[in-house]
Design a protein around this ligand. Structure first.
Ligand SMILES: Nc1ncnc2c1ncn2[C@@H]1O[C@H](COP(=O)(O)OP(=O)(O)OP(=O)(O)O)[C@@H](O)[C@H]1O
Ligand SMILES: [Zn+2]
Length: 733
């Protein structure tokens, strides 16, 4: 038998199986899932063994040159999934495969580090005169084995204090295997589950019924209003899966993978939970992966890519906030975790639970009117708490009546009222920075990123920043175009909101939560914990404050401007706005005192806004579906997007035209929109054009896209232009 190998070159042209002879020295060691080194052309490349077969012409075969790891790197389910992804998303198989196993590729084995231990003293040293050493001593007693830097950081002292203690013989240094448990700092307190309420019981028992059934995949859509206790349903379902010897996956959007969420899971399932998210170090991720592979951990809690976790027997797959755009990966392989989850569940015969207060139209239409999903509903909040009342503030009128500020009078009054009652406020604005538009009042020049066609955002640090490529420059005092002193800072971000709040309410304690304030590891937790503990009155933030937060003290949520997402050039703009408003509104009134929401908007009559105001999901669903049907957009049709990028605009445009011709020539029934410049016309020095293909079936769409790509790579022209395919795109920008 000979090994079938996929070479790790990630090119469409070599995305096929190559045969190699397994030399006797490696016989029995090379398995399906092994990573090997093979001769390919004139060099040696990495490859993955995907099977064994009798080769057509054994004499011609070259030998596998080396085996790179001890065990296999992927499971049969993962291989099947990678092959399906390659066919579905039109990406090279190895690209999909590598997306699944990359945590294993980053690191080799357990990591050894030097750690510090308290020296064995006969008596406790006297630190009364040395508070810094005392702090270090206290930390090292509780957490022996920390590195010099970790120890100094944890004790809040300079590493030199630690060095001095080593020199005095108080600490000794030794090598140890680093455990890299991302949750080791967290208290492991077991929390008893609450008694479920009626609707929760119904939902959980339906899911358990499905877990007990033999046979194929079953899909549930858990539609539960904000604060209805969906998380508790997930936790019970996971416990039931574990009790049946099955493993479970819990996916949440990256932004919702908060320390609080991790605490809840660790509190319920202890070390059975492995956590995967983007802030882990490579080593931590590797170790969590190993714990899943060996079965030590039976539950994976993670963001999008956790769908690829190496579970032997996934029995339950949950996606919380299933409507979230962050489930889509915006680089190759451009997969959607929900789509992959549904496929994986098909292979594994698993139960899928998609949960949301605002399900995507794609999912909801499968759960009503004879669709393939089962609908589970939680229509009321836990403890019979009412949903908050929502008021709209018409910003047009506010302006007519002479108020040019960020806050309407209504919102100011509402904030003042909450502050006087010592209740808490969340203010939401989906833009970070101070001003989002810097423009010269004399010549009209807008300051843009030199690499992107994006206006720069002014930050309180005094710098202008590009939010796409992170380019930054000191804000000029004169217009770089005409030298005028009249440079205006328009458009507001969260920093400006913070400044205004501090001016209007100087005694209020204010926190801000956006990607500028959570840069440091642990900062996110500190801010949220501090707000939860009542150490601040007002929390200002971007999307980060809109999701998942469950803080009973919050009785007012203010939306600074509902229109930002409403007028994006994207057919999902209304859906996104409705979802965002409903989610952020849902943070209010989760305690005994009830709560209200104020939404400031220039579009108080838009159905996305009024339906959010009335907590009317069904109403929104009907309106939006009718519109999608008329315009021929998903879920009534299928889309694919071809994005063409390059440094020379003319080449990009020509390549886009060429692709359009190729799509026409394919002669399949697809509608072609474009080619046209993408709404973001240039990013990181690359011009961007796109074509959108629309069809009534996925199959023809892929046929057309494949024909275009094949034609493109066949011409050999436009070598400096890149084309990427996005099947079922989530962003049209
Ligand atoms: N049966 C129950 N009895 C008492 N408390 C409960 C029960 N179920 C859930 N809770 C509590 O109710 C609160 C809200 O639950 P949870 O955060 O799960 O709501 P949710 O539906 O996920 O809301 P959202 O979509 O807004 O995030 C939590 O503090 C949770 O611990
Ligand atoms: Zn830029």
């Amino acid at each position: 038998m000979h090994a079938e190998v996929l070479v790790s070159l990630a090119l469409r042209q070599v995305d096929k199986v190559f045969h190699y002879n397994v030399p006797s020295s490696l016989a029995g060691k090379v398995q399906v899932g092994s990573r090997v080194l093979v001769p390919f052309g004139r060099r040696k490349v990495e490859g993955y063994v995907v099977g064994f077969s009798p080769a057509p012409n054994p004499a011609d075969l070259k030998d596998v040159a080396a085996l790179l790891d001890e065990g296999p790197l992927f499971t049969p389910h993962q291989l099947a999934l990678a092959r399906w992804m390659a066919a579905y998303y039109l990406c090279p198989t190895v690209k999909a495969l590598r997306a699944m196993i990359w945590p294993l590729l980053q690191v080799k084995g357990p990591k050894k580090v030097r750690g510090l231990w308290p020296a064995a003293c006969c008596e406790a040293p006297d630190f009364r005169r040395a508070p810094k050493s005392a702090a270090v001593w206290q930390v090292i007693q509780a957490r022996p084995g920390l590195s010099r830097k970790e120890l100094a950081e944890a004790a809040g002292v300079s590493p030199r204090v630690v060095d001095a203690m080593v020199a005095r013989g108080l600490l000794r240094s030794e090598e140890r295997i680093e455990s890299r448990d991302p949750c080791q700092d967290l208290p492991e307190k077991r929390i008893k589950p609450p008694v479920l309420h009626g609707e929760q019981i119904r939902a959980v028992s339906k899911i358990i019924e499905a877990l007990d059934q033999k046979g194929g995949r079953q899909v549930f859509l858990l539609h539960g209003v904000t604060g209805s206790g969906k998380t508790e349903v997930y936790l019970h379902a996971i416990a039931a899966a574990l009790a049946r010897g099955k493993q479970a996956m819990m996916l949440v959007p990256e932004i919702a993978l908060t320390p609080q969420m991790i605490d809840i899971f660790r509190g319920r399932f202890g070390r059975q939970v492995a956590v995967l998210h983007s802030r882990l170090s490579d080593g931590e991720r590797y170790d969590e992966y190993q714990r899943l592979r060996t079965g030590e951990a039976g539950v994976v809690l993670g963001a999008r890519s956790a769908i690829f976790a190496p579970l032997e027997q996934p029995g339950l797959i949950i996606l919380d906030e299933e409507h979230e755009p962050s489930y889509k990966q915006e680089e190759s392989p451009r997969y959607h975790a929900r789509t992959v989850a549904l496929r994986l569940a098909g292979y594994a015969g698993a139960v899928v639970v998609l949960g949301s207060a605002t399900p995507s139209l794609e999912s909801y239409c499968q759960a009503v009117g004879g669709g393939a999903y089962h609908l589970l509903e939680l229509t009321r909040r836990v403890g019979e708490l009412p949903l908050p009342s929502v008021r709209l503030v018409d910003l047009r009128r506010e302006l007519q009546e002479g108020n040019k500020g960020i806050f309407s009078r209504d919102l100011q009054e509402a904030i003042a009222r909450r502050l006087s009652r010592r209740e808490q406020v969340i203010l939401f604005l989906n833009r970070r920075g101070y001003s989002t538009l810097v423009v010269c009042r004399e010549c009209g020049l807008v300051l843009k990123c030199p690499h992107c066609d994006i206006s720069l955002t002014y930050h309180v640090s005094g710098r202008l920043r590009c939010h796409y490529c992170n380019y930054s420059v000191l804000a000029p005092s004169l217009c770089p175009g005409c030298g005028s002193r009249h440079v205006a800072y328009l458009g507001m971000g969260t920093q400006k909101v913070e400044q205004e709040i501090r001016r209007l309410f100087p005694t209020a304690r204010v926190l801000r939560l956006d990607s500028d304030t959570v840069g440091r590891r642990g900062a996110h937790r500190e801010i949220v914990d501090s707000f939860r503990e009542g150490e601040a009155d007002i929390l200002i933030g971007t999307q980060m404050v809109a999701k998942g937060l469950d803080i009973p003290g919050v009785t007012l949520v203010g939306v600074i401007n509902a229109d930002i997402s409403l007028y994006m050039p994207d057919f999902r703009a209304s859906e996104r706005t409705f979802q965002l408003l409903t989610q952020v509104a849902g943070r209010s009134g989760r305690g005994e005192q009830g709560g209200e929401v104020l939404i400031q908007t220039y579009s108080p009559d838009h159905y996305a806004v009024t339906c959010a105001q009335n907590h009317d999901y069904q109403g929104f669903y009907r309106r939006e579906m009718a519109l999608r049907r008329t315009l021929g957009y998903p879920p009534y049709t299928h889309l694919a997007r071809l994005l063409v990028t390059g440094r020379m605009e003319k080449e990009v445009q020509e390549a886009a035209d060429f692709l359009a011709q190729a799509v026409h020539a394919a002669g399949v029934p697809v509608e072609l929109l474009g080619p046209a410049p993408a709404p973001l016309t240039r990013i990181k020095d690359r011009y961007r054009w796109h074509l959108v293909l629309k069809a009534s079936a996925q199959g023809v769409l892929r046929e057309a896209a494949t024909a275009a790509l094949d034609g493109f790579s066949g011409t050999g022209r436009y070598r400096r232009v890149q084309v990427s395919v996005d099947i079922a795109p989530q962003s049209m920008m």
